[in-house]
Structure formats: C-alpha cells, structure tokens
Unconditional design. Structure first.
Length: 196
C-alpha cells in the first residue's frame, strides 16, 4: 500500500503547472503560491484551465495516478458554446477521434443549473448570439488539451474548463479559493482524505 502526503491546489486561470517560467511567456507559475519545497505537479492543467491540481514529492504517484490502465477517474466541468444535444454527449462518452487517436470511453452529461465558480479573470468571451452551457466529463486518461479537443470535435468549443475531481478528492469539498492549497493524505488503495 502506497501512502504519500500530497498537496491539493486550486490552480487559477493563467498559471502554468510548473515552477519555472517559460521564456517569453506572460503566464504565471506555481512558484508564487508558497507551496512547500520539493513538490512537483502530478500531471498538469493547461494555463488556460482551472481547478484541482495535485502536487507531491513522491515520484511513483505520477504513473500510479496518470496511467489509463489504472482507470483513476478525473472529472472536468466545461463551459461550452451552445447546448449539446443527447447525440453530442453520446459521442463524447463513446470516444472521439483526435488527430489519429480515439479517446477512451468516458462519462458525459449536462450540468444544470450552471455551477457557481468564482469569476474568472479575465472573463470568458461572450457572444450574444450564441448561448453557452456547462457539461461534465469524467475521463481516465489525460491527453494534451483533451477536453477542449473533444468538445470541439462535437461542435461545442470549450470557453472555460475546471477540473473538479481526481479519484474521490473533490474541489468543492476542500473549501479552497483559487490560488489556495492544503495538504491531503492519499493512499493508493483508498480514497484521499483531507488531513486534520
């Protein structure tokens, strides 16, 4: 049984999932959030995505949590252009073609009413002639920009993307504001629990 202390961080929009800046980039980095020394992200969220990011000093957790063969679920809520019909949600669930790769089966559903996230800075672009809606996606894999590519493939580009769950660790249960973090105990054979 693998036990490790990990950090649950609510990554804001505009922050890279790394401590070192990219040359010429205007994106912020993890270095400015007072995270403990020696921890590194487990996986990543793109700079324009928000939500739950885990960090640890335990190197084995990366492969344990990210390998699709281990089927560890990650849940994303995406604000998309338009209102996806049942057929679009079925396509997302069955898997879509992404540049020569077919995504693994997933869960996809409409979220209504819309979730109450803190306002994004800067706000998403709004088109008065095109409505938007929120969908949920539960994946067991994490290809580069996968959710954005999946929603675009079914005709509903992503406007805002928030990762809300890894395994059974839920962003809403952590009580974190964007940019805040806390230590949680993670045991590979069971669900992670907030530390006392």
């Amino acid at each position: 049984m693998l036990t490790a202390v990990v950090i649950a961080f609510y990554k804001p929009y505009g922050v890279l999932s790394q401590f070192t800046p990219e040359p010429g980039s205007e994106w912020r980095t993890l270095a400015e959030f007072g995270l403990p020394k020696g921890v590194y992200p487990v996986g990543r969220l793109d700079a324009d995505s928000e939500g739950l990011l885990l960090l640890t000093d335990e190197a084995g957790l990366n492969s344990a949590l990210l390998d699709p063969r281990n089927e560890h679920p990650r849940e994303y809520w995406a604000q998309v252009e338009g209102m996806p019909a049942a057929a679009a949600l079925e396509r997302l669930a069955e898997g879509v073609e992404m540049g020569g790769y077919r995504t693994l089966p997933a869960r996809a559903w409409l979220i209504d009413p819309a979730p109450d996230f803190p306002p994004r800075v800067p706000p998403i672009r709004v088109r008065k002639t095109v409505p938007d809606s929120w969908i949920g996606l539960e994946l067991i894999e994490g290809k580069n920009r996968q959710v954005r590519k999946m929603t675009a493939a079914v005709g509903h580009p992503t406007l805002r993307l928030v990762r809300v769950r890894i395994l059974e660790l839920k962003l809403q249960d952590l009580g974190l504001a964007p940019g805040a973090w806390k230590t949680v105990q993670l045991t590979a054979s069971s669900s992670p629990q907030p530390s006392p």
